[in-house]
Design a protein around this ligand. Structure first.
Ligand SMILES: Nc1ncnc2c1ncn2[C@@H]1O[C@H](COP(=O)(O)OP(=O)(O)OP(=O)(O)O)[C@@H](O)[C@H]1O
Ligand SMILES: [Mg+2]
Length: 497
């Protein structure tokens, strides 16, 4: 092949779902070996474009599709694979019950390349792909036992089993911590250096600017433009994506006179966190930040009744509580939005409406049965309060874009009218505009008296959106910061040190 033409070239791609025009005539080009960012707000059509390129969806009449300079009349997933086009999907699309090796070598098994399923060939392919990433994993353990970050690695390894020439990564870093992200960026650079083109979708603009050579920006199903990344700034990208500008400002205020809602005293779970103490006041928003293994999620799960503390105390409005399960915690008015919404937070095949009322069923019962009119009322209230973009509430939740799914996950918890809302990585996979929207909601809820804990590994997120920031590392609270008395740079150097 020659470098004279793009590796992939698409023109006039149109896709419509029911009444939704997801792509309205988009062009897209990728050069051999480049790292290309596909950027745009939630629901602008990024994943849909990737699905067209990989033959999952067929574009409407009139599209032009060239790969390696040659026209492709009808792309299919099998053809895409044989051309070396690989995808790491937003939801990873892995199989929990299968082993790491089976997940990675899946295509070999399906293609029957080694006759009937040849376990040794699959193991060897898995070992090789992981070695190429410089990762050491027990390939025989079931995938469901791995943390998200390692599942991500498995998904990448699977993409490398075939002879990849073009790899799509749809939000690969969404559930990774800073150091894991740095590691993935390294992997992407290596792939690109070895001649593999990578198309990268991410809502973390800093990382997009660090990693990409060029970017294509989509807005509402249309092409905004194609830009070199050099000289590009985050605020310029934001403007291109949204047509608006977002200014960050510290919102921290004092809550000295407000009553304490939650008191945590010397809470300890061996090996996870120790000696954690803090008070959360009515209407206060508390940020907890720190790196992987800091114990933030473990602490949240303990507050939510899903794990038991070994020592220490939790007091709700002054009374010591002990939760046997998350049901007890929910009954006491604690809501927890999990960091892993795709597998834990939402039930993908179920409808938007069913997901939304999942935690608050007791509120919509009438004579022991679900009252359709109460359910519809709850659903329409929260869909409109959180500005969720949907077709109808009966559509399966998986038809929503990632950011809109996240809003439904938050709505599900707001529907129980909690006293305390714990948001664990609430903006993972959520675009800048929607992030601002989510924190506007957080501010509004706090002003109404809800006490909120925001857990995030993005220091700016807690810095600009909470009243106090706790830095957690190795299971302990290291320091508490008032965003009004410290600069963002100081906070970042403390947390990422
Ligand atoms: N299978 C489907 N059925 C109906 N509508 C769909 C389907 N897939 C996508 N859509 C709609 O098409 C539009 C584009 O969705 P897409 O998933 O491509 O967005 P995205 O840019 O990937 O967003 P995000 O950043 O949130 O992942 C959205 O309005 C979405 O709701
Ligand atoms: Mg998407």
């Amino acid at each position: 092949m020659s470098g004279a033409h793009p590796l992939l070239s698409l023109k006039d791609i149109k896709v419509t779902f029911g009444g939704v025009r997801a792509l309205k005539g988009v062009s897209f080009e990728v050069n051999p070996g480049e790292v290309h960012c596909l950027a745009g707000e939630n629901g602008c059509g990024k994943s849909t474009l990737i699905k067209v390129i990989t033959g999952v969806y067929k574009p409407e009449e009139g599209a032009e599709f060239l790969f390696d300079g040659k026209p492709i009349a009808a792309m299919t997933p099998t053809l895409a694979q044989s051309l070396g086009i690989q995808v790491i999907w937003q939801d990873l699309a892995l199989f929990g019950e299968m082993s790491v090796a089976e997940n990675i070598g899946f295509q070999l098994a399906v293609n029957g390349k080694y006759g009937l399923i040849d376990k040794r060939a699959i193991d060897a392919a898995a070992e090789k792909a992981l070695a190429r990433l410089g990762v050491n994993l027990d390939i025989h353990q079931p995938l469901k036992d791995l943390p998200i970050a390692q599942r991500q690695i498995v998904a990448i390894a699977r993409a490398l089993v075939g002879e990849a020439r073009l790899v799509f990564m749809d939000e690969p870093t969404a559930s990774l911590t800073q150091s894991e992200t740095d590691y993935l960026i390294e992997i992407v650079r290596n792939l690109s250096a070895s001649g593999v083109a990578v198309v990268f979708v991410s809502h973390r603009l800093a990382e997009v600017l660090e990693i990409s050579d060029r970017m294509t920006v989509l807005r509402d199903g249309s092409l905004v433009g194609v830009y070199p990344v050099e000289g590009m700034t985050q605020s310029r990208v934001t403007e291109l994506m949204t047509g608006r500008n977002f200014d960050n400002a510290v919102i921290a205020t004092d809550h000295d006179d407000a009553p304490v809602v939650l008191s945590v005293r010397n809470l300890t779970r061996h090996g996870e966190f120790s000696d954690v103490s803090f008070d959360l006041k009515r209407g206060e928003t508390l940020g907890i930040t720190g790196l992987l293994g800091a114990g933030r999620t473990e602490l949240a799960l303990t507050l939510f009744g899903m794990r038991a503390a070994h020592s220490g105390e939790i007091l709700l409005e002054g009374k010591a509580v002990s939760f046997g399960s998350n049901r007890d915690a929910i009954r006491a008015g604690i809501a927890y939005l999990s960091e892993d919404r795709l597998s834990l937070g939402l039930n993908q095949p179920q409808s938007i409406a069913d997901n939304l009322v999942m935690a608050s069923l007791d509120r919509i019962l009438s004579g022991g049965l679900i009252s359709p009119s109460r359910k519809a009322k709850v659903v329409s209230r929260w869909i409109s309060e959180l500005g969720v973009k949907i077709g109808t509430p009966d559509d399966p939740i998986r038809t929503l874009s990632g950011g809109n799914q996240q809003r439904v996950a938050i709505a599900k918890w707001l529907a129980i009218s909690p006293k305390i809302l714990i948001l664990d990585a609430p903006t993972v996979g959520v675009d800048v505009g929607a992030r601002a929207g989510i924190f506007e909601i957080v501010r509004k809820l706090a002003a109404e008296g809800l006490s909120i804990i925001v857990i995030s590994d993005e220091a700016p997120e807690v810095y600009f959106n909470t009243d106090r920031v706790i830095h957690m590392a190795e299971g302990r609270f290291q320091a508490v910061y008032d965003p009004r008395q410290i600069s963002l740079t100081e906070l970042e150097s403390a947390v990422y040190a």
